[in-house]
Design a protein around this ligand. Structure first.
Ligand SMILES: Nc1nc2c(c(=O)[nH]1)N[C@@H](CNc1ccc(C(=O)N[C@@H](CCC(=O)N[C@@H](CCC(=O)N[C@@H](CCC(=O)O)C(=O)O)C(=O)O)C(=O)O)cc1)CN2
Ligand code: MET
Ligand SMILES: [Zn+2]
Length: 751
């Protein structure tokens, strides 16, 4: 039997109340991880230096969590790039094309590609703005334990005198997120092989002294088929039945566990992690599931996804209710804290009532204390009321759903005549490379080394060169390049009422890329135009149409921390009204094409199908409210990326945009057939090359993609563009790629 050290078995007063978190930010207070990894890539730091930076970041995290008073501290939550990638490398799931590489070279090649070798695909981690690298498996895959990372991290902590609980991606979630090149081969068929590797790892961890391991199974918060639940049972019966192993905590998060709870309860796993924030129904599930009285429940009562302070008395009463239902209650966060910034104390311009990761750990500890000492040990938070904008609310009420534009077919005729574009018009998605000089200018403005006028002059110079470059390349619809934007969400948030920006609130989005999600705390309103000056300036530099560029209401919410005192649908309408005003101002200033990006439309789709229709209804309504205030001759574009579009394919048409650009290069234009089947008849710009790697696509290759596309779409509806914006790319590859893209479009037009 596994060790039961520290496990509270009785039902009497708690003396040893356990407290933990499911994970912690790994990037460091000042993005030390980003800086170290990028320095390594640039050859400015060697492998030993990079390893040392990793060790220091881990040590800092463990000591901080210990000093804060947590009884149980996670390890193996660190990664140089991504925890799914770490898992793939650890179990030897390395595609054959990386066979000639090893060590860190191979690791980073899988993440970013290398000369001539495509990286693993990247996609959204459930409904978050974190992106993971998708495991590639197939009939040839042979799992083998080839990396001792969890053991090494456990060992490092132990040397520092800190006992930890290694965190692993659970085997079921790993395989459910994996993809196989052969559609006939379901990755789940590899379960037994994978379990052998996990068994070996668990045995080695037990031998090293590990008493408990956390297996993350967020896939259980989504709908699971009977077959998948059977696989779940098999997995944990197998691992639970090992004779020499640590205690097993199966952690679920991002929603309700549903039908998976009775399955887990019937296995020998000791503990189940449940999210009581995103899954309020989990309490009733524990109450009604036989066997839970013998399990430990790791109670996620502190929200790991948002930044508001926890209502401690409410969290405490959830935990108290669980005490009567479960064998033990461990106080915890709803999910890893990697989705929130580190420390609100460093911020000088944010509203009251916030808790970032550090503050959330203190909340967990406080709830733990109250479990021992009684509810008097926590005080209810002083309620913070959101600022109200009565004028905006009255306008929204009067507007209802917005206004009707003519049917899109009619609009298309009007727009074709007024814009005079060739068939297969070429364009880009908005951003051009964010050069060091552009970022430095912004840092200089913040630091007071240049003034506003100097900054604007630098941005105008950048726009001049981006416009000249596009004309020279021969693109048909131009963009201003977005140099003035630090981020496509933060830039707007900084100009809207009701939103606050952070100075240090970085959150990892993927690899070394981070964002500072703004905080939407009150009623949203637009005090003045946000983009009109830049768009008008860009349009003044060219005779070709310049697209105005905005971020849509759903994405403005998805990539922010949003107030929880009213439904998201209502907040979305407020953002939509601000955008509607901006769009009308752009139109009035002579901008004839306006793109409203919604890359996060798919991201906010509820994990369970039962919530899909209601979500899509308000998301589509918000987009239409934002975009329906213009005349029929103004062409509305939208853009989406980073998603599997299958489940929202119908909604894409419902948005009623005139043209939609979508990421498509890596999925080989399959999407066009799906769109046709869904009855989509508007303009479509399937991305013709992947912008995630510096590789320059050949003209022939783009031409082939376009020939495929014209089989599914009439040339007058087909647009030619890259997969997404170019801000993470360099100028050399951007210019070469766009020249090839324009050349390919011209060849296909000439047919
Ligand atoms: N919010 C959001 N989510 C998104 C995306 C997105 O664009 N935005 N795209 C998708 C993929 N995710 C991405 C997320 C981030 C980045 C990205 O490029 N981030 C930049 C930071 C962008 C930023 O905020 N830049 C600021 C601050 C830049 C900075 O680091 N400044 C230095 C100093 C500047 C200098 O001297 O060079 C500092 O503050 O220390 C600016 O330009 O002003 C990075 O990590 O490097 C790209 C894609 C999905 N989710
Ligand atoms: C993540 S979607 C990005 C859209 C934005 N207009 C850009 O080009 O960067
Ligand atoms: Zn995009």
């Amino acid at each position: 039997m596994p060790a039961k050290a520290g496990f509270h078995e009785g039902k009497g007063p708690m003396t040893d109340q356990r407290t933990t978190v499911l994970g912690y930010p790994r990037i460091g207070p000042d993005r030390e991880l980003k800086k170290a990894v990028e320095a390594y890539w640039a050859g400015r730091l060697d492998a030993a230096g990079l390893e040392q930076a990793g060790r220091e970041l881990r040590e800092r995290t463990w000591s901080e969590l210990r000093d804060a008073g947590l009884t149980d501290i996670p390890s193996n939550t660190f990664s140089f790039y991504d925890q799914m990638l770490d898992t793939s490398v650890m179990i030897g799931a390395v595609p054959a094309r990386f066979a000639d590489l090893d060590g860190l070279d191979r690791y980073f090649a899988m993440a970013r590609g290398a000369r001539g070798i495509a990286p693993l695909e990247m996609t959204k981690w459930f409904d978050t703005n974190y992106h993971y690298l998708v495991p590639e498996v197939g009939p040839q895959t042979r799992f083998r334990l080839t990396w001792d990372k969890p053991l090494a991290e456990y060992g490092q902590a132990r040397e520092l005198g800190i006992e930890t609980r290694p965190v692993l991606v659970g085997p079921l979630t790993y395989l459910l997120l994996a993809k196989s090149a052969d559609p006939a081969f379901a990755p789940l068929r590899l379960l037994d092989d994978l379990l052998d590797v996990y068994a070996e790892l668990l045995e080695r961890l037990a031998t090293a002294g590990v008493t408990e391991v956390q297996l993350d199974e967020p896939a259980l918060a989504a709908d699971r088929s009977a077959e998948e639940l059977k696989a779940l049972a098999r997995a944990y019966e197998h691992l639970g039945g090992l004779s020499h192993r640590p205690r097993l905590l199966v952690a679920t998060y991002f929603g309700e566990i549903g039908a998976a709870l009775p399955v887990l309860a019937a296995t020998r796993v000791e503990a189940v992690g449940l999210d009581f924030v995103a899954g309020p129904g989990n309490l009733a599930a524990v109450a009604s599931t036989p066997g839970m009285a013998a399990k430990s429940v790791v109670a996620g009562v502190v929200n790991g996804r948002n930044v508001w302070r926890t209502e401690l008395p409410a969290a405490l009463s959830t935990c108290a209710a669980l005490l009567g239902l479960a064998g033990e209650v461990v106080i915890s966060t709803s999910c890893s804290l990697m989705h929130v910034p580190l420390d609100v104390e460093r911020e000088t311009a944010v509203p009251e009532g916030l808790a970032f990761a550090r503050q959330k750990v203190a909340e967990v500890v406080a709830i733990g204390r109250a479990m021992r000492e009684g509810p008097g040990a926590v005080v209810p938070a002083v309620p913070v009321r959101a600022p109200v904008d009565g004028r905006m609310r009255a306008r929204l009420a009067a507007l209802g759903e917005g206004t009707a534009r003519a049917a899109h077919a009619e609009r298309a005729v009007i727009q074709r005549a007024s814009l005079g574009l060739p068939p297969l018009p070429t364009t880009t998605i908005g951003s051009f490379p964010q050069t060091d000089a552009v970022r430095r200018a912004r840092a200089d403005l913040r630091g007071g080394r240049i003034d506003r006028a100097g900054y604007e002059a630098a941005m105008r110079a950048e726009i001049d060169s981006v416009i000249a470059l596009q004309e020279d390349i021969g693109l048909d619809v131009l963009v201003h390049g977005e140099p003035e934007r630090n981020d496509m969400v933060q830039y707007f948030a900084e100009q809207l009422d009701g939103y606050a920006a952070t100075e240090h609130g970085w959150v990892q989005s993927y690899g070394t890329r981070c964002v500072r999600p703004p905080i939407l705390f009150g009623d949203v309103a637009r005090p003045e135009p946000m983009t009109v000056g830049w768009a008008v300036y860009a349009q003044s530099r060219t005779g070709r149409p310049v697209k105005g560029m905005l971020t849509g209401p759903v994405t403005m919410l998805a990539w922010s921390f949003v107030r929880e005192d009213q439904p998201l649908s209502e907040t979305a309408r407020q953002v939509a009204l601000a955008l509607r005003d901006e769009i009308r101002d752009l139109e009035a200033a002579g901008i004839r094409i306006i793109q409203v990006d919604e890359p996060a439309l798919r991201e906010l789709l509820p994990l369970r199908a039962a919530g899909h229709a209601a979500y899509l209804a308000w998301a589509v309504a918000a987009f239409r409210l934002a975009t329906s205030g213009v005349s029929d001759s103004t062409q509305i574009h939208t853009h989406m990326c980073y998603s599997e579009f299958g489940e929202i394919i119908g909604a894409i048409g419902d948005l009623d945009a005139d043209v939609t650009s979508v990421e498509a290069a890596r999925s080989g234009m399959e999407l066009l057939e799906d769109l046709r089947a869904a009855g989509y008849t508007r303009g479509i710009g399937p991305g013709v090359y992947d912008i995630h790697s510096p590789r320059v696509p050949e003209t022939d290759e783009i031409e082939r993609a376009l020939r495929l596309a014209v089989r599914a779409v009439e040339p007058e509806r087909l647009w030619v563009n890259p997969d997404c914006g170019l801000k993470t790319r360099g100028y050399a590859e951007t210019e070469a790629s766009l020249r090839n893209m324009v050349a390919a479009a011209r060849r296909v037009r000439a047919l």
